[in-house]
Design a protein around this ligand. Structure first.
Ligand SMILES: NC(=O)C1=CN([C@@H]2O[C@H](COP(=O)(O)OP(=O)(O)OC[C@H]3O[C@@H](n4cnc5c(N)ncnc54)[C@H](O)[C@@H]3O)[C@@H](O)[C@H]2O)[C@@H](O)CC1
Ligand SMILES: Nc1ncnc2c1ncn2[C@@H]1O[C@H](COP(=O)(O)OP(=O)(O)O)[C@@H](O)[C@H]1O
Ligand SMILES: [K+]
Length: 503
């Protein structure tokens, strides 16, 4: 699904009105009715106190429509106008009058010196103060009102966006923003919903298709692509009946050091579980028995050194090399890594200490084959590109870094991001159970395993990140988030592939 900016959504809005020959009031009615339906389906007429806070723009207009419909269906609803400006939008004014006509009372107005209404924890609040039109932080009494709502403990539903959040730029550090339990957002998700500093404000997210112009939405260049099951399914290629292991490629996993052999066991297992035909592991001598015992399906080649990588001479030509997990970053290993980079022509996958060695020797980047994949977590990223002011600046810095160096970068996190050629893909699978030792090693193995099966590196990165999260989701469903450990992600990959095939 495309992630769009406020400007693009406004444009879609305008084109829809022209092409469908409908008024903006009609479109507002359509959008807000969908929100009403969602509320009505869940509350089923329950006698719960509903308070709707409306701004004076179109987000507020939506709130008034929702209020009118709830009133019509007999709900216990109170509507408040948050009177922060005189510049009421036309559709706000039309719906203000309609509300009055149907409910036979004017909504209450909240101004600078009005006492805020009391809100008890059991009530239901609808936040329709600001949507995508926010153009400066909420200040003064307005900020106090947002805090008042946040402190009430009431369940809060945000219409389109939690008020105070910008759709496509970072909030100020001390900004006051509605902390929604649930967000019903119109037509397309906004970038801010997926970034670590702002994702907590939206609660659970649901996108409502309000029927904006299909052709426009199809053509417009997305800010980013959100990758869900439908998108992943389009990337997945089922195996051919008439095939053999040679068709699925040979992955070489290189890494491990004394005390950290487990990391490459996890990666190699993930390589095989994601469908690679063959997997070899190159490791210091101390890894030999561990690997042969833990993973009989993998072949093992050992370095001449006992405890660390000193010279990477596997004596074979793999389809893809997956480097760095548990490797350590001694000078000896860094030299061996540099030599490996210089000898390798096909795109590689670099993770963990591989990334740290690059950060300490940025010239290694020149030897990295084009289209290689780096998979940093935020700390590793910071070592690579330096610090950033906010998430939006970080995104821009990573875009530049991946473009300048001709590489694909997977930034891991609660939502992992894939960057390539200035484009951005945001993963929508996964759960906090995956915040556990070794889950990154599994991800490297999955992506490398897909690369060896001739998935283009970018496709392998996007699909691999999605499958990793999906395996985690299916696993967490069965055993809970606390209990999930990274080895389980390998074991649940099978169910993840089955779920994808069913889609
Ligand atoms: N674009 C679309 O596709 C649709 C948009 N609709 C609704 O329209 C909303 C956007 O409406 P608007 O553009 O009227 O904007 P908003 O209703 O989000 O904001 C209203 C106005 O408040 C002012 N403002 C912004 N920040 C402020 C601040 N910190 N303090 C005081 N005033 C501030 C601005 O002048 C802004 O235009 C969407 O979020 C959505 O709820 C829907 O009605 C239907 C379709
Ligand atoms: N809260 C979360 N929600 C979804 N995925 C997560 C979450 N926390 C971690 N992950 C995923 O788990 C992996 C962790 O990788 P990493 O930090 O490298 O761990 P390790 O070094 O222990 O292997 C990443 O793929 C990340 O996206
Ligand atoms: K809102």
């Amino acid at each position: 699904m495309k992630i769009l900016s406020a400007e693009q959504l406004n444009e879609a809005d305008k084109i829809t009105l022209e092409n469908e020959h409908i008024s903006s009031t009609r479109l507002m009615e359509r959008a807000a009715s969908l929100v009403f339906n969602e509320i009505h389906t869940r509350l089923e007429g329950a006698d719960i106190k509903i308070k709707i806070f409306c701004g004076i723009g179109n987000n507020g207009g939506d709130g008034l429509v929702i209020g009118r419909l709830l009133h019509k269906y007999g709900y216990n609803v109170e509507v408040f106008i948050v009177d922060y400006s005189d510049k009421r939008s036309d559709d706000f004014l039309i719906n203000y009058d309609r509300y009055k006509k149907e409910s036979s009372s004017w909504p209450e107005v909240i101004e600078e010196n009005t006492d805020f209404p009391e809100i008890s924890p059991g009530e239901f609040v609808v936040d329709a103060i600001f949507g995508i039109g926010l153009n400066r932080p909420a200040k003064g009494w307005l900020a106090k009102l947002l805090k008042h709502i946040n402190n009430s403990g009431a369940f809060t539903l945000a219409v389109d966006m939690p008020s105070g959040l910008f759709p496509n730029k970072a909030p100020q550090k001390d900004a006051t923003i509605i902390k929604a339990n649930y967000t019903l957002s119109f037509q397309n998700p906004k970038l801010t919903f997926f970034l670590p500093e702002t994702m907590n404000f939206i609660g659970e997210l649901q996108i409502l298709d309000i029927g904006l112009d299909r052709d426009f939405l199809k053509e417009v260049k997305a800010v980013a692509q959100l990758i869900g099951k439908r998108e992943a399914r389009q990337l997945y290629r089922p195996r051919k009946r008439n095939s053999h292991k040679g068709d699925y490629g040979h992955t070489l996993v290189v890494g491990g050091s004394y005390g950290k052999i487990g990391s490459i066991v996890l990666s190699a297992k993930a390589v095989l579980r994601s469908g690679a035909g063959l997997c070899s592991v190159y490791t210091p001598k101390c890894g030999y028995q561990i690997l042969q015992t833990a993973l009989p399906e993998a072949m093992v080649i050992t370095d001449k050194a006992e405890k660390e990588l000193s010279e990477i001479k596997p004596g074979l030509e793999p389809d893809v090399v997956c480097f760095g997990m548990g490797a350590g970053k001694s000078q000896t290993t860094a030299n061996a890594f540099k030599a490996l980079l210089e000898e390798t022509e096909k795109p590689m996958l670099i993770d963990a200490d591989g990334l740290n060695m690059i950060s300490e020797n940025m010239d290694f980047l020149n030897a990295l084959p084009k289209n290689s994949i780096l998979t940093p977590h935020p700390k590793e990223l910071e070592r690579l590109i330096g610090s950033w002011e906010d998430d939006f600046e970080k995104m821009e810095k990573v875009k530049d870094f991946s473009k300048t160096n001709d590489l694909i970068l997977v930034l891991k996190g609660s939502h992992s991001f894939v960057f390539s050629e200035g484009n951005m893909y945001i993963n929508n699978s996964g759960n906090p159970g995956m915040a556990t030792a070794g889950s990154g090693d599994v991800l490297s193995g999955i992506i490398a395993g897909l690369m060896s099966q001739k998935y283009e590196p970018l496709v392998a990165a996007i699909l691999g990140v999605y499958m990793h999260g999906l395996a985690g989701d299916i696993c967490a469903e069965e055993m809970g988030v606390e209990t999930l450990i990274s080895g389980d992600l390998c074991d649940y990959l099978g169910q993840a592939f089955l779920a994808l095939e069913k889609e």
